[in-house]
Design a protein around this ligand. Structure first.
Ligand code: ATP
Ligand code: MG
Length: 185
C-alpha cells in the first residue's frame, strides 16, 4: 500500500514558510496549543487530494487557503502542498506503479491559477482521484481521514450514503469497473 512519508507545505494557511513534516512510524500524533496549525495539516492533505469545497476547509473561497498575512508578515501569492508517498511496496495503479515514490502536488495562485502535479507531470484533478480511488484515501468517501464530524456522518448516513462508504472500503467503486472494461477491450 501507498504510505505517506512526508509532506511539504508552503504558503498554505499558517504554513507560510516552506515546511516539511516527516511522518515516521505507523502512528503519528500532532500536538500543540490551540491555533498552532494542527487542523491546517489535515486540511492540507485533503486539499491535495482534490478537496473542492472551500467550506470544508473553513474558508469562504478557495483562495482562503493561501497565507493571507499576519501582524508582521505580508500575504503571499501562492499556496502549494506536496504529499510524498512510498510506493516501494506497490499500491499505485497504472502508469504510476513503476515509481518507488509518488509525489502528489497541488498549487493555487491568488489569481486563481491552479494545478495538480504527480511526479512532476501536470495532471487533471481527475487523475488524482483516480490514483486514490478504492484506497480509502481521497475525498469522496474517505475513511482514511476521519474528521471531527465524520463519525456522526457515518453513523447517521442514509442507506445510499452508507453504500458509498462501503463500496469505497470494498474497493468496488464504479471507477474500477470502468477501468476493467477498458482494459478488456
Ligand atoms: P485547535 O487546537 O484550536 O483545533 P489547531 O492547532 O487545529 O487549533 P488550526 O485551526 O489548524 O489550529 O490553525 C488556525 C490558525 O491558522 C489560526 O491562527 C489562523 O489565523 C491560521 N490561518 C488559517 N488560515 C490562514 C491563512 N489563510 N493565512 C494565515 N493564517 C491562517
Ligand atoms: Mg483544530
Amino acid at each position: 500500500p501507498l504510505r505517506l512519508t512526508h509532506l511539504k507545505l508552503a504558503g498554505f494557511k499558517s504554513f507560510v514558510d516552506p515546511t516539511t513534516l516527516h511522518l515516521h512510524g505507523q502512528r503519528v500524533g500532532i500536538v500543540g496549543p490551540n491555533g498552532c496549525g494542527k487542523s491546517n495539516v489535515m486540511e492540507a492533505i485533503r486539499w491535495v487530494l482534490g478537496e473542492s469545497s472551500a467550506r470544508e476547509l473553513r474558508g469562504d473561497s478557495m483562495q482562503d487557503v493561501i497565507f493571507n498575512g499576519s501582524l508582521n508578515r505580508k500575504p503571499v501569492s501562492r499556496a502549494s502542498v506536496e504529499l510524498h508517498f512510498d510506493n516501494s511496496l506497490g499500491g499505485a495503479a497504472g502508469q504510476w506503479s513503476q515509481y518507488a515514490e509518488i509525489v502528489v502536488k497541488r498549487v493555487l495562485e491568488r489569481d486563481g491559477n491552479s494545478s495538480y502535479i504527480i511526479n512532476n507531470q501536470q495532471v487533471r484533478r481527475r487523475d488524482i482521484t483516480d490514483l486514490f480511488m478504492g484506497t480509502g484515501v481521497g475525498t469522496r468517501a474517505s475513511y482514511a481521514i476521519i474528521g471531527q464530524n465524520t463519525i456522526s456522518r457515518i453513523v447517521e448516513a442514509k442507506p445510499e450514503e452508507m453504500r458509498v462508504f462501503l463500496e469505497e472500503a470494498a474497493g468496488v467503486s464504479k471507477y474500477k469497473e470502468r477501468r476493467r472494461e477498458t482494459e478488456l477491450r
